[in-house]
Design a protein around this ligand. Structure first.
Ligand code: SF4
Length: 250
């Protein structure tokens, strides 16, 4: 039998690899200036900023329409990842027929879905609203609970919901951090934080008690109409001399 001779397989020698060509250096975006380097606000500056907000709008109102604590709770639960205007459009007709937990249960999940089907995630939200109505009736005597733990125990309600309801329905000094408040807290340097909770606790710490009842709305409205995400209107901003944002345009 003929002997089979194998061709030697060339072995890779470590270290003889072709060196990759050096990549052409891409122009880098200029690094964003950090807020860490800026001076924290002084108590006098914070007082001044909120005095200006108060003078411009002494009684700021939230934009979510409601007629009692229960409808406020429902509106906030429906507003997750939706605009206030979109929620209002749906709830105007809904609250005509269901403004209490019992009426909401009587309406039922299927008919509730019809009212709110223009709102994102409406199927899950309908389920939550029915479940929370049942729980408000069975565990809280039909009244929206006045405690954070009580509100947060309701289906579909988290920390932000509790903060909004405690503030707007019961006058507590809570700070709900939505996308606008988060941006304003960070940009201005008032309460920089990586998470909504950090910003919430930071704002609660620095804002004087006399402003806390309305601070949440002043900051939301400021973010919604002045300190816009893409193009902040620094030229008309009430606090542009105090703001620490290194990229402000004034
Ligand atoms: S100055 Fe500009 S960035 Fe600063 S709070 Fe006002 S609008 Fe926002």
């Amino acid at each position: 039998m003929a002997k089979i001779t194998r061709k030697p397989v060339p072995r890779k020698t470590p270290g003889l690899k072709k060196k990759p060509k050096p990549a052409v250096a891409k122009p880098r975006a200029p690094a964003k200036k950090s807020l860490k380097a800026t001076k924290p606000w002084t108590p006098a500056e914070i007082h001044e900023a909120f005095s200006r907000f108060r003078k411009a709008n002494p009684e700021p109102k939230g934009e979510l329409e409601h007629v009692n604590p229960f409808t406020l709770l429902v509106a906030v639960v429906l507003s997750a990842q939706a605009t206030d205007a979109g929620v209002n459009k749906a709830t105007r007709a809904l609250f005509e027929v269901a403004d209490t937990p019992q009426k909401m249960l009587d309406l039922g999940e299927e008919r509730l879905r019809e009212y709110i089907k223009t709102i994102g995630l409406y199927r899950t939200k309908a389920k939550n609203v029915i479940a929370l109505s049942a729980k408000v009736l069975s565990e809280f005597g039909g009244e929206v609970p006045r405690t954070r733990a009580g509100i947060e125990s309701l289906p579909g309600a988290g920390r932000k919901t509790a903060n909004v309801v405690l503030n707007m329905a019961f006058g507590e000094h809570t700070m709900a951090v939505d996308t606008h408040v988060f941006r304003v807290g960070n940009r201005t340097g008032l309460a920089p934080g990586k998470t909504p909770l950090e910003v919430e606790l930071g704002l609660e710490k620095v804002i004087p008690a006399e402003f806390m009842l309305h601070a949440h709305h002043w900051l939301i409205l400021h973010g919604r109409y002045t300190c816009l995400a893409r193009k902040p209107r620094c030229e008309v901003c009430l606090i542009n001399d105090l703001c620490r944002w290194p990229e402000k345009t004034v």
